[in-house]
Design a protein. Structure first.
Length: 241
């Protein structure tokens, strides 16, 4: 039986690969974008598009409540095309704001709508230095400095908002470095994950009775992915047909 899903950040790299998977699985998807021009693309993928800014808490709450949803998926980011190095410093600050303030707004909207599950995008390369491979129970790098401190701080805030969103069940997907269609990269440094497989993990999180944090990446020496494989049934080799 399909679920009613609110997908925030549907026009991003993962969102565009996730919408077709959700629709094919029989789910009803309300999909957000900040740009009116991208709404038609989401409609063609089978979603009901909504143009809304996550920082407009009032409008976001209205959109989420109107969707009559069961599940919220958070795939919001604010990163430059191709992760342009000349733009990453400013983007890191914007992205951290989305992970903190934007996630907080989304959690409050989800609670107002009576959602029972919240699935959010995180990243897998923010663990504190220590023995590898890192399991999900290992500490994040709260003592980081410089630009890394901004990124890690945003991730810690996001995960706190999502995993502490009771009575909503929170799931955090700690993705490796993305590559594949729409990412601007044909390969990525470890830990890496193809964008289709990253989206597939979100689909599985919708359909499986799971909670907590999951490392989502191809086999590598930095992070352990046994939990995602065992509890979600995730496959690193998954690709859209």
């Amino acid at each position: 039986m399909g679920h009613r899903i609110f997908l925030a950040g549907a026009s991003g790299a993962i969102g565009r690969r996730l919408v077709p998977q959700l629709v094919a699985a029989g789910h009803q998807v309300t999909a957000t974008t900040r740009q009116e021009a991208k709404a038609a693309d989401l409609r063609r993928l089978g979603a009901d598009p909504v143009v809304v800014d996550v920082f407009d808490a009032t409008a976001l709450r209205a959109a989420v409540v109107a969707a009559k949803l069961e599940i919220v998926i958070h795939q919001l980011t604010d990163l430059p095309a191709g992760l342009d190095p000349s733009k990453m410093a400013e983007a890191t600050v914007r992205n951290a704001r989305i992970r903190d303030e934007g996630t907080r707004n989304l959690v409050e909207a989800a609670k107002a709508a009576g959602a029972n599950r919240l699935i959010a995008q995180s990243i897998a390369w923010v663990y504190a230095p220590g023995a590898e491979p890192h399991a999900e129970t290992d500490a994040l790098d709260s003592n980081a400095v410089g630009g890394r401190a901004v990124s890690v701080g945003g991730v810690i805030a996001l995960e706190k908002h999502v995993l502490g969103a009771s009575p909503i069940t929170g799931i955090v997907l700690r993705y490796g470095h993305l590559y594949g269609p729409g990412t601007g990269a044909e390969s990525a440094a470890e830990p890496a994950v193809h964008v289709d497989a990253a989206a597939y993990a979100a689909l599985l999180a919708v359909e499986r009775d799971a909670q907590g944090a999951f490392n989502v990446a191809e086999p590598n020496r930095h992070i352990a992915t046994d939990k995602a494989v065992g509890e979600l049934g995730w496959r690193a080799g998954f690709r859209l047909a």
